[in-house]
Design a protein around this ligand. Structure first.
Ligand code: GTP
Ligand code: SPV
Ligand code: MN
Length: 597
């Protein structure tokens, strides 16, 4: 990578925060780059970087008439998803990482990965990327600095975070006050899967990532900082860092309820966050406001409610399946100034993926002439990176420094059987159990088998920076006398019939379920008691205009008592595996399932 912009005369030459300067100097001594560039986040810097990447083939220009400002990146074919088996959470004590994480002793982990970093930036440029997760003027926001040798990472971080001079100014101000900073070191290395690690040191607020240029492995502000490190910080500071979308639902009276929803990777967060109401709802005046599509930081406010910010500034969304029918909002968002990664292209250079439309792609995600015999044209985990500001439904409150108040928390996963369309937990402890018991069939977002059911508590299996037993206890601790906690629900858009077809239309029609959820919050909708919690009373779900048969609906809402007894046993065994104490309220919350009432 030689064609990189020279440091401009007006670019920040470094920092007056001595500890930060020292770290950058130390990293430069270890990695031996040709050049060090401090990123200021300016348009000029971004344009120069993009030019350099177009010149050396890191980026390819897409059709500028149909997609102005859009570019394509084709990753190394072995570097297309998160690598959970190579991701480590390195607490001093193994038990603090828990059975839910891969663990290595910090000293050993540093030694292992530093050996890879040694001299790895020779011939390359070292970029210093100061960033802020959350609105730059928000007390709830947190800063970090990522050092990377990938200009693609710099370009993505600029869209996904508040990156550059303003973040550095906050970092310097907070540094002078002695506030901690998250430090992330990243190199693409050789992109060799055998020389690849994603290491976290929560007690030091340090991340080290080597050997991958892909999304969650390389954009360190995202999963590494805003989930794994932040969840550890949140535990000691009394807040929650979650793998959740945040969406505002405005009813015809103009009242907005904010809902936070945790679904595992590639299970519908982006789609729900950008939902377009069914026509009948639009006519009545329902509106949906997008606050965030992947990460949610929630803090108890003075009023006892949970207040949430989206720490991110952009969307790194799944491309396949995104269409004018499923998510027109996303399609409009990515019409311009978007980085596409591993999508296919049409013969006139437009981005294309399975499910977009009926056109036939010309080139597949690896740039080969498309041949259906080789599988899908776009990689199943191909993605777009785009500023959230381009989303037509971006909430006017998304940048409020105090965040938005959360009325309901929704858990959900891909469950082709058993789990009904929606149910409500009985109380907070039961809600935490419902989150802890979440299961979902695996997707292409991580390497490994797809479609295998696994437990994924709160959609945080790959992202919790400490032991799940401690994490559940932390969730339970929010239930204080002065707290006005959100109600907790579970949904399943992914039930399948005997022919393997989805039974629920999903997407925009999911608003029907959200309407019931909000009705439960404000007390206007009816529910029946069942062993799993509260389920919609007959007729309580608005199905006007929905393309779903009465038989399918009955099946979607049915509670299979025997099936749930078996599920309760499986959940109990999982809690045992995680070391959840016998006296935990989670255990008591399982009892009604056993009793079948
Ligand atoms: P990450 O970015 O990986 O955390 O994922 P995400 O949860 O934001 O996933 P996303 O919304 O991008 O959904 C991924 C896949 O789920 C796409 O293939 C969608 O088409 C599909 N999907 C989303 N919502 C629904 C739904 O309501 N029903 C069905 N059947 N599929 C859906
Ligand atoms: C996920 O896998 O949950 C994502 C994409 O949101 S990545 O940032 O690559 O982790
Ligand atoms: Mn995600």
């Amino acid at each position: 990578m030689n064609a990189v912009p020279q440091q401009g005369a007006d670019a920040t030459p470094g920092t007056r925060l001595a500890s930060l300067q020292q770290w950058v100097d130390d990293v430069a001594a270890l990695t031996r780059p040709d050049r060090v560039v401090w990123c200021d986040g300016s348009d000029a810097e971004a344009a120069a970087l993009q030019q350099a990447m177009l010149a050396d083939g890191t980026l390819l220009e897409l059709n500028q008439d149909t997609h102005p400002g859009c570019v394509l990146h084709r990753s190394h074919p072995d570097d297309v998803a998160r690598v959970e088996h190579l991701t480590f959470v390195c607490h001093e004590k193994r038990e603090d990482a828990g059975p839910n994480n891969h663990w290595m002793a910090p000293a050993e982990a540093h030694a292992k990965i530093d050996a890879l970093f040694e001299g790895c930036m020779e011939g390359r440029t070292l970029y210093v990327v100061p960033y802020c997760m959350g609105p730059i003027d928000s007390k709830l926001a947190r800063c970090g600095v990522e050092i990377t040798d990938s200009p693609y990472v710099v370009a993505n971080m600029r869209l996904m975070t508040r990156m550059g001079a303003a973040a550095l100014a906050r970092i310097e101000r907070e540094g002078a006050e002695g506030k901690p900073l998250v430090r992330g070191l990243h190199s693409t290395g050789e992109l060799d899967p055998d020389r690849r690690y994603i290491m976290h040191f929560p007690e030091e607020l340090v991340i080290k990532s080597y050997g991958s240029g892909y999304g969650g492995n390389a954009l360190l502000g995202k999963k590494c900082h805003a989930l794994r490190i932040a969840s550890h910080q949140a535990r000691s500071e009394g807040w929650l860092a979650e793998h959740m979308l945040i969406v505002g639902i405005e009813n015809p009276q103009g009242e907005v309820h904010y809902v936070a929803a945790a679904f595992p990777s590639a299970c519908g967060k982006t789609n729900l966050a950008m939902l377009i109401p069914p026509e009948s709802y639009r006519e009545q005046g329902w509106k949906v406001w997008t606050v965030g599509d992947d990460i949610c930081w929630m803090h108890p406010g003075e009023d006892g409610r949970l207040w949430a910010i989206n720490p991110e500034a952009g969307f790194f969304g799944v491309a396949p399946g995104t269409s004018e029918k499923s998510n027109p909002n996303a399609l409009h968002t990515i019409e311009r100034d978007t980085i596409f990664t591993n999508v296919a292209t049409t013969d006139d250079g437009q981005p294309w993926w399975e499910g977009l439309d009926k056109r036939v792609p010309a080139k597949d995600w690896q740039g080969r002439d498309f041949d259906p015999a080789r599988g899908p044209a776009a990689h199943p985990n191909s993605r777009f990176t785009v500023s959230a500001k381009q989303c037509p439904t971006f909430s006017p409150h998304a940048e409020d420094p105090q965040g938005v108040p959360i009325s309901a928390i929704v858990f959900g996963g891909r469950r082709s059987s058993l789990v009904p369309l929606v149910f409500e937990s009985r109380d907070w402890a039961h809600g935490v159990l419902v989150g802890a018991a979440m299961g979902s069939e695996t997707t292409a977002a991580a390497t490994g088998a797809v479609g295998v059911m696994r437990r994924d508590p709160m959609a945080m299996k790959p992202f919790c920076g400490y032991s799940f037993a401690d994490y559940f206890a932390h969730w339970l601790s929010f239930d204080r006398p002065d707290a006005k906690l959100p109600k907790v629900f579970h949904v399943n858009w992914f039930r399948k019939d005997a022919d393997g077809r989805f039974m629920w239309p999903g997407f925009g029609d999911n608003l029907r379920v959200l309407e019931w959820i909000i009705g439960r919050v404000d007390g206007s909708t009816a529910a029946d008691a069942a062993a799993i919690g509260h389920v919609p009373a007959t007729g309580a779900l608005n199905l006007d205009g929905a393309d779903v048969s009465a038989e399918a609906m009955a099946e979607l809402l049915h509670v299979d008592a025997e099936g749930w007894k078996a599920e309760a046993d499986a959940v109990e065994a999982y809690l045992d595996e995680l070391g959840v104490p016998a006296a935990s309220p989670l255990r008591a919350s399982l009892e009604p399932l056993r009793a079948g009432s």
